[in-house]
Unconditional design. Structure first.
Length: 332
């Protein structure tokens, strides 16, 4: 089968197609014939080694973190799936490889695809939707009728995070450019701030939760708008000691991440607030809950563009520029 691989970490986007064996499945895995795969900023980080402290890989490495496809074969202990099922998945950190014709996936990391989505649309959902779900449920433990702010919520992440947050009874505020306003409001956002005309830091206060998508430069301003005991979870700024503990990392990594995140922790504690960092995990059970919501609310992900697998380097370059409005999709 064909697989898009790298031979080492590199700042250059130079992914090559290699012919490799179709993966063998174990008793709890299924073999998925990949129909589409989402291309994410995480794939760029995997390419250049930026997240090797969290997930370090052996080479050659087949890239790709999320996929949709059809099950071709099932292991003898697989209970909930059968050949022919349309499925989608965020692959686990230790077994990525969605940019390939086939992938072996543990049944615990899978869900049947939402019936209202195409394969291309389904491939755009798992990583962003699970990120939003885990941020709201696992990290923030968000409660109904609280205020949530998602800066920059007009892209692929916001398309999933806004409806998931609304389904939990939250009051959702987001920001972005004017062209994203109607889309954000149609997804259920209660308040929209046009960052080209207004500064959210001058408008918002007493916010319960923030999901940071902007990174370290925005953390102080985002913490400032939180109420005392408010919580911020960052998807981009960087890990801290709490993150290392939650992920059962060895002591040396706890010390390293403790130093790396000390500035954020200090800023948060100074004002009786909490800083957390999230690196999304595979979870088929949570993806099944997301599937129900996507079908019930007829949620459609934001898709920027679609490339064939032959054009993977163009797709990766598109994502690396940060100019995509929604998910970039690879298809066979």
């Amino acid at each position: 089968m064909k697989a898009a691989q790298i031979q080492n970490y590199s700042k250059e986007i130079r992914v090559e197609w290699n012919e490799i064996n179709i993966p063998q499945i174990n008793s709890h895995e299924v073999l998925v014939k990949v129909k589409a795969a989402g291309v994410n900023p995480l794939d760029i980080l995997n390419l250049n080694g930026s997240v090797r402290m969290i997930a370090d890989y052996k080479f050659p490495l087949t890239l790709g973190n999320e996929l949709s496809g059809i099950i071709e074969a099932v292991g003898d202990k697989v209970l909930n799936f059968k050949a022919g099922d349309p499925v989608y998945s965020r692959l686990p950190l230790n077994k990525i490889g969605a940019f390939a014709e086939y992938a072996a996936v543990n049944e615990d990391d899978l869900s049947i695809m939402p019936g209202n989505l195409s394969f291309n649309e389904a491939a755009a959902v798992p990583l962003t939707a699970l990120t939003a779900y885990q941020a709201l449920h696992n990290v923030l433990h968000a409660q109904p009728n609280k205020k949530l702010f998602i800066p920059g919520g007009t892209g692929g992440f916001g398309a999933m995070a806004i409806p998931i947050a609304k389904s939990m009874g939250l009051y959702v505020i987001t920001s972005g450019s004017e062209r994203g306003q109607l889309r954000a409001l149609s997804l259920g956002a209660d308040q929209f701030i046009n960052y080209q005309a207004e500064n959210y830091a001058d408008i918002l206060s007493n916010i319960d939760y923030v999901i940071d998508t902007l990174g370290s430069k925005a953390i102080k301003a985002e913490l400032d708008i939180l109420k005392p005991q408010g919580k911020l979870v960052s998807l981009k700024a960087g890990p801290n000691y709490r993150f290392a503990v939650d992920n059962h990392f060895p002591m040396w990594k706890k010390a390293l991440f403790g130093l790396a995140g000390a500035r954020f922790d200090f800023l948060a504690r100074k004002n009786q607030k909490e800083y957390r960092f999230l690196f999304v995990q595979a979870n088929g059970g949570q993806l099944q809950e997301i599937t129900k919501l996507v079908e019930k609310e007829n949620i459609k992900p934001s898709i920027d563009s679609t490339f064939t697998f032959d054009d993977i380097n163009k797709a990766m370059l598109k994502v690396s520029t940060g100019h995509s409005q929604g998910k970039v999709i690879l298809t066979f």
